[in-house]
Design a protein around this ligand. Structure first.
Ligand code: ADP
Ligand code: MG
Length: 490
């Protein structure tokens, strides 16, 4: 596919700057880092690297933009909503530019970006723009001597730290509810995928948001991310990433009593019941595990299969794995791209080796390429619940099937994980679907589908998959403080 001129110009304009206080700035110490195309390992672009002092600049800007009397705080609800609608319109205008940047930087198939990431991101901005004029507090009955009402006030300056698996969509999920509630933002994208969020910053600038409302600062977790978590002027941290980093952020945030919401890892069960429509269930569980190269926190990476149909299901899973078209995501025929980085390629292939070492049998895939960071889709068999590949998040295209005999047994085993992000059920029996949906400990339960998210519906985890919900009305709570006002009428 030919790259658009706008894309080439964006990549080649020299180190891309930090977006702080409505202007484009070099980092204070001049540091930069590089972004690579995972399909071939070649350098894509150079970007400025934010460290503590740049983060401080961004937080100060966000703090000023939030203050009483600022341009942002003085906007009417409808004006704030209109800025968000404008941003969504610009994302739509530049749809193809963003799609190419995303595929170049992350590796994922451009068809996926066009069909899923980008429409979802745009819908999220519009969905939350709608809330600006609709989110209300309460008037509370007390007695004739008092008037009692609540205000849902923005929590203030929010630090948002996002991962590399859906760079643009994650940025949209994060900024949309924060803008809708009137917060100001310092967003730190993942160091592996800095580009599409920087392009978003261009569109934010063009939309006309007051300066300092959204600041986008690329940098590394241990420096830029950590400085954001520690900064006393940041009132809240919204984080999506690994459970390990999520725990350290939660501890660190306690020092300044920041509000925290965390969307972390998973090892989600995807359960085929004996009566499932296998023509839907088998591709359903396959793509539930390997969609987006398996780099999805809610990947259905534990596939539970009834004993009596186990062999049939496995055989078809292997066929799917063999026929999946893997290659450069810019090719429109491609169904699976490379993993995001060489490190991720290493992580995934070492999980595959560990599976074999611990006695599981690899039926297909799990091989890495020399050029690019590809790993071919893998299907195991003879896996037991105690094996590492059945317990830990792999974050790669690896299907881990597990045999079961009874429904009670599968519920127990499905829930026996420290994670609780999502779960899938495949059945034609409605009663069974409802009963199981009630019993599974997961923030999302999909029945006869998988991986579908909707801006109007909440998404987030139980247990060590984190807390707080993104999207839906629930996300507004993450970004508001409730104030009770009680007035004596006597
Ligand atoms: P992964 O290991 O898949 O890259 P991480 O949880 O490490 O997942 O990264 C998710 C995001 O968290 C990235 O933006 C990364 O820079 C950031 N991050 C990593 N470590 C820290 C940290 N100690 N403090 C704040 N942010 C961090
Ligand atoms: Mg990259």
């Amino acid at each position: 596919m030919k790259l658009m001129t706008e894309v080439v110009n964006f990549l080649e304009a020299g180190p891309i700057k930090l977006f702080i206080n409505g202007t484009w700035k070099e980092s204070n110490d001049g540091a930069t880092f590089k972004s690579y195309n995972p399909a071939n390992g070649r350098e894509l672009a150079e970007v400025y690297e934010a460290k503590e002092s740049d983060i401080d600049d961004a937080v100060q800007a966000a703090s000023l933009a939030f203050e009483d009397g600022s341009e942002w705080s003085n906007l009417s609800a409808i004006d704030r909503a209109n800025l968000m609608f404008k941003l969504a319109d610009l994302m739509e205008r530049d749809f193809e530019i963003i799609a190419q940047l995303e595929t170049l930087d992350n590796g994922k198939p451009i068809n996926d970006v066009r069909a899923a990431d980008l429409p979802n991101a745009i819908e999220n901005i519009r969905y939350f723009a709608g809330w600006v004029t609709k989110a209300t507090g309460q008037t509370i009955p007390y007695s004739n001597d008092f008037f009692n009402y609540t205000r849902h006030e923005p929590v203030g300056v929010v630090g948002q730290i996002i991962p590399w698996n859906f760079p643009f969509m994650m940025a949209a999920w994060k900024i949309a509810p924060a803008l809708a509630t009137g917060c100001t933002i310092v967003l730190k994208p993942a160091e592996q995928t800095p580009l599409s969020a920087l392009y978003m910053a261009k569109l934010i600038e063009e939309s006309g948001f007051p300066k300092g409302v959204v600041n986008i600062v690329n940098g590394f977790g241990k420096t830029a991310g950590d400085a954001l978590v520690k900064h006393p002027l940041v009132n809240k941290i919204a984080f999506t990433g690994s459970t390990q980093v999520g725990k350290s952020i939660m501890k660190e945030a306690a020092n300044t009593m920041k509000r925290v919401t965390l969307e972390l890892g998973g090892k989600s069960p995807n359960i085929i019941l004996p009566d499932a429509d296998l023509d839907k269930a088998i591709p359903g569980v396959f793509f539930g595990a390997v969609a987006n190269q398996g780099e999805v926190c809610n990947a259905g990476s534990r596939v539970f299969i009834p004993d009596e149909i186990y062999d049939e299901v496995i055989e078809k899973l292997v066929q799917y794995a063999k026929s999946l078209k893997v290659g450069d995501g810019l090719d429109e025929q491609i169904e699976m791209g490379p993993l995001v980085s060489e490190r991720q390629q290493e992580v995934v292939t070492s999980y595959v080796s560990k599976g074999i070492e611990e006695g599981a049998k690899l039926l297909v895939g799990g091989e890495k390429t020399d050029e690019g960071y590809f790993v071919s889709p893998a299907v195991f068999t003879d896996v037991t619940d105690e094996m590492t590949i059945a317990k830990e998040e792999i974050f790669g295209p690896v299907v881990v099937p597990l045999r079961y005999k009874t429904i009670d047994e599968v519920v127990k085993r499905a829930n026996a994980s420290p994670y609780g992000l999502a779960a899938g059920i495949w059945t034609e029996n409605l009663k069974q679907a409802h009963t199981l949906a009630n019993k599974l400990k997961a923030g999302t339960v999909w029945v006869n589908t998988y991986n579908i998210t909707n801006p109007a519906a909440p998404f987030g985890g139980f247990k060590e998959s984190g807390f707080g919900r993104e999207m839906g009305s629930y996300a507004l709570e993450n970004y508001t403080e409730v104030k009770n006002v009680l007035i004596s009428l006597e």
